[in-house]
Design a protein. Structure first.
Length: 613
């Protein structure tokens, strides 16, 4: 067995005991079938002597076994009995074939289901830096097509082991009939195998190329399907279709090459089969002088055996051509396991009652790169609203990624009520947090299902209360289907403000200690911003929970208990709205420009010049 396939079975399954059980069922089918075919020999001998058993015939070993079996069952040893026995054996064989076909199909589907779920789980557990760089199209391709192809390759191992057993089983029969004839058959089949071996090697190379082509096509398709608006407005439909055609052509060329190689193999084997039958008929009658019954039995076994050998070569070629898919899935799973989030914490009692403290925290996205956070020290008091503002790229989103440990500091420490957050389990730490991103991620579900996402046990009253607090209940209930309204993929049926408020309701339904809002008003109009501000103010007054908001529009955060100005990965200033206006720094200049409509030099440029000097 190739090393790739051994590794694939060890990592992906199914278990060796399960494969062995399937193989045992395959072998039982072959044994029963063999006895059914073997029963044809005494039938032929009986017909040859006119249905009457002579003493010479009765004394042959196989007839003695048949007589003992008939006596044990209490039935006469006759032609009808032998024919009925042969029919019964073939009926049992067909029942076993049915059972094995169903069991293999069930096992293969469980293999696909389990590994798709496992792959999805591993991707969800991978670190953010891995997810940021991974092509989603590649992951989709591997979890769908490559796992399905891997299933075919791995379960073909059972088929090829069964075929090898079947070949040995029938050749044992042939050897008992005529060892000379058997050696001649083996010689011919061995020659056929070596003739088609180069085709199998070529199929492996084609399989590797096809895996790459499938990944490229899937990545392209996933990316472009999410950008149809841009494609239409850029008038690039024709170019994109041509590019898709080019990628699909690579896939088609690979598939055609595999089919061509398989057809070549079948052509060669079929030609050898025809030549073998003709040559062995002549060899058996003229050279070995075999009896008619023996030649007939040999031909019966040979006719059954040669397609088996053909299948062996074709299945082996399929394993070789599909093994790159197994290697790709194994590599993907190993890659995701290596990049899994660190699970250092063991405590499951995370609570926020006092404060969150950043103590000299530094973080870089890549070794040798600029620091996204550079010695950040900050206190976020519990029960208050803290706003993070500053130029783009200042480190605000990176800082809030640190809170749920989506990213880990290179140095420094983050403490929750005095306890380093690395001591808590991810589930416990994230359980006290709710997060609403800058661009709401709306699934194609009902409003109620979206608000309940992450807390499936939430009641109808809790859903409506969360929607009320988010300022969304009024427009939701104005829709004909209310909370059962389908949102459409990515919330296509909603305005920007409706998306933000429905997603805020999702964040609120969990009653988390800490609510994190990442630039919640950056993509909505002024009216929607007004409603969103009202929702936040109402929320602060009713719940008293801790709120951390990244503010792009400073008017949204002016009422925060503390406003933290970040630039260049550092905390540049901190205070209330009034205090920061008095200091005439970045915040004051930016606020005047945004709110009062001044056209003075951008405060972002001023800050960058100050840092450069």
């Amino acid at each position: 067995m190739p090393a790739t396939m051994r590794k694939g079975v060890a990592m992906l399954g199914p278990s060796w005991p399960k494969l062995s059980a399937l193989l045992a069922l395959f072998m039982a089918t072959t044994v029963v079938e063999g006895f059914g075919i073997g029963m044809l020999l005494p039938v032929a001998e009986l017909l040859q002597v006119g249905g009457e058993l002579s003493d010479a015939v009765r004394n042959q070993p196989h007839w003695r076994y048949l007589a003992a079996g008939a006596d044990f069952l209490g039935v006469p040893l006759s032609l009808p009995t032998l024919l009925l026995a042969s029919l019964a054996l073939f009926t049992i064989r067909n029942a076993l074939v049915y059972a094995r076909s169903v069991l293999v199909a069930v096992a293969a589907q469980h293999f696909i289901l389990d590994n798709r779920a496992r792959g999805f789980w591993l991707f969800l557990q991978a670190r953010n830096d891995y997810q940021d760089t991974m092509s989603i199209g590649r992951v989709v391709n591997d979890l769908n097509l490559q796992i399905s192809t891997s299933s075919s390759a791995i379960f073909s191992l059972v088929s090829i082991a069964h075929i090898a057993f079947m070949a040995a089983y029938y050749f044992a029969f042939l050897f008992l009939l005529s060892w000379k004839m058997t050696l001649a058959i083996l010689l011919v089949l061995g020659l056929a195998y070596f003739v088609v071996l180069p085709i199998a090697r070529a199929s492996h190379k084609v399989g590797e190329t096809l895996v790459g082509a499938n990944q490229a096509a899937s990545a392209f398709l996933v990316e472009r399907l999410g950008a149809t608006r841009l494609i239409r407005l850029a008038r690039s439909e024709t170019a994109e279709v041509e590019e898709m055609r080019r990628r699909a052509k690579r896939q088609a060329s690979g598939e055609i090459a595999l089919i061509r190689n398989s057809a070549r193999t079948a052509l060669i084997i079929e030609s050898f089969v025809a030549a073998c039958v003709i040559a062995l008929l002549h060899f058996g009658t003229t050279v070995l002088s075999l009896e008619l019954a023996t030649i007939g039995m040999t031909l019966a076994i040979l006719i059954r055996q040669l397609p088996v050998v053909r299948e062996f070569i074709i299945v082996r070629q399929a394993i070789v051509s599909n093994s790159p898919s197994v290697a790709r899935v194994v590599d993907l799973f190993e890659e995701m396991e290596r990049t899994a989030e660190p699970t250092t914490g063991e405590r499951d009692d995370a609570r926020l009652r006092d404060s969150i403290i950043f103590d000299n925290v530094t973080f870089r996205y890549s070794a040798g790169g600029d620091a996204a956070l550079n010695g950040v020290s900050l206190v976020i008091p519990a029960g208050k609203m803290t706003a993070l503002v500053g130029p783009s790229g200042g480190g605000k989103s990176t800082l809030i990624d640190m809170l749920p440990r989506l990213r880990e500091p290179d140095s420094g420490e983050i403490r929750l009520d005095g306890t380093p957050i690395r001591e808590f389990t991810h589930r416990s730490l994230r359980g006290i947090m709710s997060y609403a991103p800058q661009a709401p991620q709306i699934f194609n579900s009902t409003v109620a299902e979206h608000i309940r996402y992450g807390r499936p046990e939430a009641s109808e009253d809790e859903i409506r209360t969360a929607a009320e607090r988010a300022g969304a209940r009024a427009f939701i209930e104005a829709w004909p289907e209310g909370f059962e309204t389908m949102l459409g993929e990515k919330g296509v049926r909603l305005s920007g403000g409706q998306k933000q408020r429905i997603d805020l309701a999702r964040a609120l339904v969990g009653h988390a200690d800490l609510l994190i809002l990442d630039e919640p008003t950056s993509n909505i109009d002024s009216e929607s911003e007004f409603h969103f501000q009202k929702a936040i103010q109402s929320l602060r007054g009713e719940t008293g929970r801790t709120i951390v908001v990244v503010g792009h529009r400073l008017s949204t955060v002016r009422d925060a208990d503390q406003i933290v100005v970040m630039d260049g990965g550092r905390v540049m200033d901190c205070g209330t709205h009034a205090e920061l206006l008095e200091r005439s720094g970045w915040y004051a200049a930016a606020f005047r420009m945004q709110v009062e409509g001044l056209t003075a030099e951008s405060p972002f440029t001023q800050t960058e010049e100050k840092l450069a000097s």
